[in-house]
Ligand binder design. Structure first.
Ligand code: KIV
Length: 270
């Protein structure tokens, strides 16, 4: 059973398969999100390449660069204390060759202080996953709706709806687990497919839009807190109306400035 004060490590995270409550993973990209996630006691923080969408205004994760990932991961790494820190490898940083992938992943680990990297894709990624693990870099997999494949998939589409695709996801999950990943994110697939995959492998599955049958759940920080004005996807539960609350607060401050109520004496040096 997890000790909430103990530093989360890759072996401890991996050891939670079938032991204890579902794992809680949240994306984090900067100091405020890291401090909030740590204070709330998450098990792991993922510096996701979703930062391209929620922070940088890109319409997909595909333009995100390694330098952008490292820039944000370093901020998270500076202030994280207990939670496991996983950083996404962006598109084309693990596709060109083993040497290039090793060099890129080593930069992420060395420059951010991350515990592990995450990369997208199934059995075809096994050679690069094995090489990273041989170089002592723990790897998390990511299957199903993999946003870096959105051109090939024709958009952000739920995967595994037919038996052929569901069976392929299961084969991919088995191949990644055999290659030594310590966990796999299952994104955008029917709940019964995620449950079947979770039963088939001996490493924790972390679901997003994949139902309740996974060994843990991950959400994007901005989705959970409602920080953007966009309509949320079906799988998101908003626990705050962060965007509306921010607009109200900024409007109140602007009204106070315009009406001479800010700053008061208490907010002024004598
Ligand atoms: O980039 C990201 O935030 C992710 C999660 C949604 C799993 O990959």
């Amino acid at each position: 059973m997890a000790n909430p004060k103990q530093k989360m490590t890759v072996p401890r995270f991996r050891g939670r398969k079938g032991d204890g409550p579902p794992l809680v993973v949240l994306t984090a990209y900067d100091v405020p999100s890291t401090l909030a996630a740590e204070a709330a006691g998450v098990d792991a923080m993922l510096v996701g390449d979703s930062l391209g969408n929620v922070l940088l205004g890109y319409s997909s994760t595909m333009p995100v660069t390694l330098d952008e990932m490292i820039h944000h991961a370093r901020a998270v790494g500076r202030v994280r204390e207990r939670a496991l820190l996983i950083v996404d490898m962006p598109w084309m940083t693990y596709h060109v060759g083993i040497e290039d992938s090793l060099r890129n992943a080593a930069r992420v680990i060395r420059e951010s202080g991350a515990d592990a990297v995450k990369l997208e894709g199934g059995a075809k990624r096994v050679p690069v996953i094995r090489a990273l693990i041989d170089a002592e870099i723990p790897v998390m997999g990511h299957l199903g709706l993999t946003p870096q494949s959105m051109l090939a998939m024709g958009g952000h589409k739920v995967q595994g709806r037919d038996e052929e695709c569901a069976a392929q996801i299961e084969r991919d999950a088995r191949a990644l687990a055999d290659a030594g990943v310590f966990s796999i994110v299952l994104e955008g697939m029917p709940a019964e497919v995620a449950r079947r995959v979770s039963t088939a492998i001996d490493v924790p599955t972390i679901g997003i839009g994949a139902g309740a049958g996974c060994d843990g759940q991950v959400l994007v920080y901005h989705d959970l807190l409602g920080l953007l004005p966009h309509k949320s996807p079906k799988f998101v539960r908003k626990y705050a109306e962060g965007f509306e609350q921010s607009v109200d607060a900024i409007r109140s401050w602007a009204d106070d400035v315009r009406d001479g109520r800010f700053p008061s004496d208490a907010e002024t040096y004598s």
